[in-house]
Design a protein around this ligand. Structure first.
Ligand code: SAM
Length: 279
C-alpha cells in the first residue's frame, strides 16, 4: 500500500495521541488512507476549491482531501483530543488546513470559506442527517456549497436516493431530489472502520441544481411532504385533511388522485400540489 503523504500511519497517530474511540461522539474512524483518498475523489476535482469537513477526528479523510489537492480544508471537530493530531497535518500542509474546535451544529463556517466550496464528511449519523437537512433547506437557493459528499448508514443513503413507489421513499428523498442530483457513490462494510459499527455505510454525493427542479415555495412544499409522510399508509385525502378544507379539489388540480398514498407521489407532483396550496 503506497503512502499518500509523509505523515505517520493513522494507527500510530491514534496511539501517540491516545485517541480511543468514544461512542458518545459516534467515533468510528477510517484508518486506511487509500480508502480516505478514494472517498475524497468522490467529491470531484477539488483543486481550486475550499472544502468544509465536519468531524475530522484523527484526520484520515482530511489527509485524503489535502492529498487529492483541495485548495483549503476547513475542519470542524468537537473532540478536543483530536486537535494535536490535526495540528500536525496543518504543519505538513502549510496554509491549507484550518481547524475550528466545537460543535458543527452551532458553528457558522461561512466567514472562513471562499467559493467554490464542497462539503465532505464522515459524521455520526444523527448529526449527519440534521446537517444534511439544514444544508438542503437554507434561507436562499443556491446554497453556499457546490456539492455534499457524506457518509451515512446505508439505510439513510437509500432513503436519500429512493424513487417513488419504494419503501425507502420519503421526506428525505423529496428534500434531496428537489434541489440536487443525489447518488450513492460508494458502499463500505463495517470492517472499513475502527471500531467497526454494527451497520453497513454508504457515501452519498449530492450536486446542487442552480434552480430547484420544479417551482414551489419551500415552506409549503416541506409542510405538505412532512404531513403526507407522517401518515404514509393513509390516502392523501385523509393524511392532508388538516392542510386545507378543499384538499381533494387541490389534489385533483395538481394531477393527484385523492386516494393515492404519499409514497406514490413524485417530486414533480408534490411541487404541483405545493403550488396549488400556495395559490
Ligand atoms: N472523519 C474521521 C474519519 O473518517 O475517520 C472521523 C469520523 S467519526 C465517524 C465522526 C467524527 O465527528 C468524530 O471525530 C467526532 O468527534 C466528530 N463529531 C461528532 N459530533 C460532532 C459535532 N456535533 N460537530 C463536530 N464534530 C463532531
Amino acid at each position: 500500500m503506497s503512502a499518500i503523504d509523509a505523515l505517520p500511519p493513522l494507527r500510530e497517530v491514534i496511539a501517540t495521541h491516545g485517541l480511543s474511540a468514544r461512542k458518545s461522539l459516534g467515533q468510528n474512524f477510517l484508518l486506511d488512507l487509500n480508502l480516505t483518498a478514494k472517498i475524497a475523489r468522490q467529491a470531484g476535482d477539488l483543486t481550486g476549491a475550499d472544502v468544509l469537513e465536519v468531524g475530522p477526528g484523527p484526520g484520515g479523510l482530511t489527509r485524503g482531501l489535502l492529498a487529492e489537492g483541495a485548495r483549503r480544508v476547513l475542519a470542524i471537530e468537537k473532540d478536543e483530543r483530536c486537535l494535536p493530531a490535526l495540528t500536525e497535518i496543518a504543519q505538513a500542509y502549510p496554509g491549507r488546513l484550518q481547524v475550528l474546535s466545537g460543535d458543527a451544529l452551532e458553528i457558522d463556517p461561512l466567514a472562513h470559506l471562499t467559493p467554490p466550496i464542497h462539503v465532505v464528511a464522515n459524521l455520526p449519523y444523527n448529526v449527519g442527517t440534521e446537517l444534511l437537512t439544514r444544508w438542503l433547506d437554507p434561507p436562499d437557493w443556491p446554497p453556499f456549497w457546490q456539492s455534499l459528499t457524506l457518509m451515512f448508514q446505508r439505510e439513510v443513503a437509500e432513503r436519500i436516493v429512493a424513487r417513488p413507489g419504494s419503501k425507502a421513499y420519503g421526506r428525505l428523498s423529496v428534500l434531496a431530489q428537489w434541489r440536487t442530483d443525489a447518488r450513492i457513490v460508494m458502499e463500505l462494510p463495517p470492517e472499513a472502520f475502527t471500531p467497526p459499527p454494527k451497520i453497513r455505510s454508504a457515501v452519498v454525493h449530492l450536486t446542487r441544481l442552480e434552480e430547484p427542479r420544479y417551482p414551489a415555495d419551500p415552506a409549503v412544499l416541506f409542510r405538505i411532504v412532512a404531513a403526507a409522510f407522517n401518515q404514509r399508509r393513509k390516502m392523501l385525502r385523509a393524511a392532508l385533511k388538516g392542510q386545507a378544507p378543499d384538499i381533494e379539489d387541490r389534489l385533483v388540480a395538481a394531477g393527484i388522485k385523492p386516494t393515492q398514498r404519499a409514497e406514490e407521489i413524485s417530486v414533480e407532483q408534490f411541487c404541483a400540489l405545493a403550488r396549488q396550496m400556495s395559490g
